[in-house]
Design a binder for this molecule. Structure first.
Ligand SMILES: NC(=O)c1ccc[n+]([C@@H]2O[C@H](COP(=O)([O-])OP(=O)(O)OC[C@H]3O[C@@H](n4cnc5c(N)ncnc54)[C@H](OP(=O)(O)O)[C@@H]3O)[C@@H](O)[C@H]2O)c1
Length: 219
């Protein structure tokens, strides 16, 4: 077994929190490093937590010497308040982390994007996700894994009205998500996290993009 190390950003989030549990429980990783804005309050012998300033990622280069990088960062326009601030979190930070980790020798980069990601979309959110995907493919990462989940299901600390309503509606209508509509079916955050963990254990070079139904099948 290799002595692998993982870097996880977004560990305090819905997907990132589940992924952190998988990484800490895994015998594959001897070190799990998380970069956070405030302490998570999780204690584990394998866990190394660094509270950092994301606006100044380059100064933490020493942290970026890992094998596998997991990115679950993201915000909402409501929280970010401006499109520019949203772009920093959903596109600029992931891209900068990918560039630095790649430079420092990381072999794999796994990132949560979104269903509908498209660099030419007229919808700002989908365009940001699409642009992130496009720019990541240009970094030259040996093994890039892009996850495009549909609506995420899971217990969130904060209340997101749109998510709750869509979640209830789509669960009630889950029978319609068959055939070509399967990729629209809401997905548990835990399933996304498990699929990310599993993809990292495969030694597959190249660029891999997973639609929501494929993520469900992997988990
Ligand atoms: N919600 C959905 O239905 C859905 C659907 C498809 C795709 N996605 C995408 O899936 C990804 C993960 O979603 P999620 O629901 O797990 O996210 P989440 O629960 O909102 O967690 C987001 C993570 O990003 C971090 N973050 C936010 N703003 C930050 C900032 N300014 N600086 C540094 N870190 C920051 C948060 O840290 P703090 O705790 O410090 O804020 C948290 O760890 C996101 O990219 C999202 O766009 C979501």
């Amino acid at each position: 077994m290799e002595n692998k190390s993982a870097l996880l950003v977004g560990a305090s989030g819905l997907v990132g929190g589940k992924l952190l549990n998988f990484l800490l429980a895994s015998p594959e990783y001897t070190k799990v490093l998380i970069l956070v804005r405030k302490p998570l309050g999780v204690k584990h012998p394998k866990l190394e937590e660094r509270v950092i300033e994301f606006e100044d990622l380059a100064q933490y280069k020493d942290c970026f010497k890992v094998q596998d990088v997991f990115c679950c960062l993201g915000t909402t326009i409501k929280k970010a308040k401006t499109q520019e601030a949203f772009k920093r979190v959903d596109m600029d930070y992931p891209l900068e982390i990918a560039k630095i980790t790649s430079e420092m020798g990381a072999k794999k980069f796994l990132v949560v994007s979104s269903m509908g990601a498209n660099p030419k979309s007229t919808i700002f959110y989908s365009r940001m996700k699409g642009l992130l995907e496009q720019k990541l493919t240009e970094v030259g990462i040996g093994s890039l894994h892009i996850f495009r989940p549909s609506l995420l299901l899971g217990d969130r600390k904060e209340f997101r009205f749109g998510e709750k309503v869509s979640g209830f509606l789509t669960i009630g209508l889950s029978f319609i998500f068959v055939g070509s509509l399967k990729k629209y079916k809401p997905i548990k955050a835990k399933a996304v996290a498990l699929a990310m963990y599993k993809a990292a254990q495969r030694n597959e070079e190249g660029i891999h993009t997973y639609l929501s139904n494929e993520i469900t099948e992997m988990s």
